[in-house]
Design a binder for this molecule. Structure first.
Ligand code: NAD
Ligand code: IPM
Ligand code: MN
Length: 355
C-alpha cells in the first residue's frame, strides 16, 4: 500500500523548502521503491486568509490519518495583529497538541565541510554531535494565559507554566532511550534554583535515571547551559529540557553548525509523527528562491527513518546532503568566496544527483 505523506507547506519560505524536500523524496522513492504518495494541506497565515482559521479541521484530520507529516513553517509580519488565538503559529502548536507529539528531537551535528562556518572556533565545533530532546506539548506554551487584565490599577498579562510528573517522566524516558543508542549521556536542563516546575522536573528526571544505570545523568541550569553551548559544545550528547528552554537552546545550538537553515527536527508521540526544520518562515527571504532547503530535506530523511523505517533511504539522503556541501554547494546563508553559489533549486538538484 502507498505510504501517505501529508505535506503542509505553510507560509513564507514554507512552499520553497517543502517543494525541495518532496523533490528529494521522489528521487529516493525512484531509487529505493518506497511507494510514497503526497497530499497537500493548508495551515498558518495562508489557511487563515483562506478559511479564517490557521489550522482547518481537515488539515488536522489528514495529518492524523497519514503515515507522516512534512511541515514547512508558519508565521509572518502580515499576521502579527491577528487575534492571538488565530495567529499562524497556532497551526503548528495545534498540530503538535492534536497529534500528541510530546517529544521534539533536534539533532545538531557539524559536518567537517562546515566547521569554518561556525561562529565558534573550529577546534570547539569539530566533532559536535548532540541532540536536544525538547518537551513539546506542555509547559508555559500550553498553560493558562491572560492577554490583558487590570490588577491593582495597572494592566498586566500572564502565562502559567505547569508540568506534571507523568509529562516529565515520558520525555525523560525518551531522552534516556535516545542516549542509550548514542554516547550514553543525558544533560537535563532546568531552572530549579528559581522555578517550582523545574524542581519537579529535576526530581522526576533523577528518579527516571534509576532505570537507566548505563546512562550518565547530569543537570545544568539553563543559563549555564546556554553558556556551555558556546564554550564547549562537544561535551553534550543528549540535552533533555522543557518546551520553552528547548526552543531557545535549539536556535542557539543550531548556529554552531553554521546556519539554522541546516537543522531538521522530528516531533514524535504515540501515533503519527511530524517533521519540520527548526527555523521559521524567514519572511526576509521568502519568495526569493534562496532559502537553504537542507533542514527540510534532512527532516524528510528523519520521516523516512522514524515513520517509515526506511533507514537505507534516510541515510542515502543524509549522505547526499553531506556530499553536496562537501562538494562546495552553498546557499547564500553559507556562501563564501571560492564556493559554488546555489539557490534553493540548485541546492536541491545537487542533493538529488547525489542520492
Ligand atoms: P526564522 O527562523 O524564520 O528566521 C531567522 C533568520 O534565519 C532570518 O534571518 C532568516 O532569513 C534566517 N533563516 C531561517 N531559515 C532559513 C533558511 N532555510 N535558509 C536561509 N536562512 C534562513 O525566525 P523569525 O524571523 O524569528 O520568525 C519568522 C516567523 O516564523 C515568525 O512568524 C515566527 O513565529 C515563525 N516561526 C515559525 C516556526 C515554525 O513554523 N515551526 C519556527 C520558528 C519561527
Ligand atoms: C519552533 C518555533 C515554534 C515554537 C513557534 C513557531 C510556535 O519557534 O518550532 O521552534 O516556539 O515551538
Ligand atoms: Mn523556535
Amino acid at each position: 500500500m502507498a505510504k501517505k505523506i501529508v505535506v503542509i507547506p505553510g507560509d513564507g519560505i514554507g512552499k520553497e523548502i517543502t517543494d525541495a524536500a518532496v523533490t528529494v523524496l521522489k528521487k529516493a522513492d525512484e531509487k529505493f521503491g518506497l511507494g510514497l504518495s503526497y497530499e497537500y494541506h493548508d495551515a498558518g497565515g495562508t489557511a487563515y486568509d483562506k478559511f479564517g482559521t490557521p489550522l482547518p479541521e481537515e488539515t488536522l484530520a489528514a495529518a492524523k490519518a497519514s503515515d507522516g507529516v512534512l511541515f514547512g513553517a508558519v508565521g509572518g509580519d502580515k499576521w502579527d495583529s491577528v487575534e492571538p488565538s488565530l495567529r499562524p503559529e497556532k497551526a503548528i502548536l495545534g498540530l503538535r497538541k492534536g497529534l500528541g507529539l510530546y517529544a521534539n528531537l533536534r539533532p545538531v551535528k557539524v559536518a567537517d565541510a562546515l566547521v569554518s562556518y561556525s561562529p565558534l572556533k573550529p577546534e570547539l565545533v569539530r566533532g559536535v554531535d548532540l541532540v536536544i530532546v525538547r518537551e513539546l506539548i506542555g509547559g508555559i506554551y500550553f498553560g493558562d494565559r491572560c492577554e490583558s487584565e487590570q490588577h491593582e490599577g495597572v494592566e498586566r498579562a500572564w502565562d502559567l507554566e505547569n508540568y506534571s510528573v507523568p509529562e516529565v517522566e515520558r520525555i525523560a524516558r525518551l531522552a534516556f532511550e535516545t542516549a542509550k543508542l548514542r554516547r550514553g549521556k543525558v544533560t537535563s536542563v532546568d531552572k530549579s534554583n528559581v522555578l517550582a516546575t523545574s524542581r519537579l522536573w529535576r526530581r522526576t528526571v533523577t528518579k527516571v535515571a534509576e532505570s537507566y544505570p548505563d546512562v550518565t545523568l547530569d543537570h545544568l541550569y539553563v543559563d549555564n547551559c546556554a553558556m556551555q553551548l558556546a564554550v564547549k559544545p562537544a561535551q553534550f550528547d543528549v540535552i533533555c529540557t522543557g518546551n520553552l528552554f528547548g526552543d531557545i537552546l535549539s536556535d542557539e545550538a543550531a548556529v554552531i553548525g553554521g546556519s539554522i537553515g541546516l537543522m531538521p527536527s522530528a516531533s514524535i508521540g504515540e501515533a503519527t509523527s511530524l517533521f519540520e526544520p527548526i527555523h521559521g518562515s524567514a519572511p526576509d527571504i521568502a519568495g526569493k528562491g534562496i532559502a537553504n532547503p537542507i533542514g527540510t530535506i534532512l527532516s524528510a530523511a528523519m520521516l523516512l527513518r522514524y515513520s517509515l523505517h526506511e533507514e537505507t533511504a534516510a541515510r542515502a539522503i543524509e549522505d547526499a546532503c553531506d556530499k553536496a556541501l562537501a562538494d562546495g554547494w552553498r546557499t547564500p546563508d553559507l556562501w563564501q568566496e571560492g564556493f559554488q553559489k546555489a539557490d534553493t533549486t540548485a541546492m536541491t538538484q545537487a542533493v538529488v544527483e547525489r542520492v
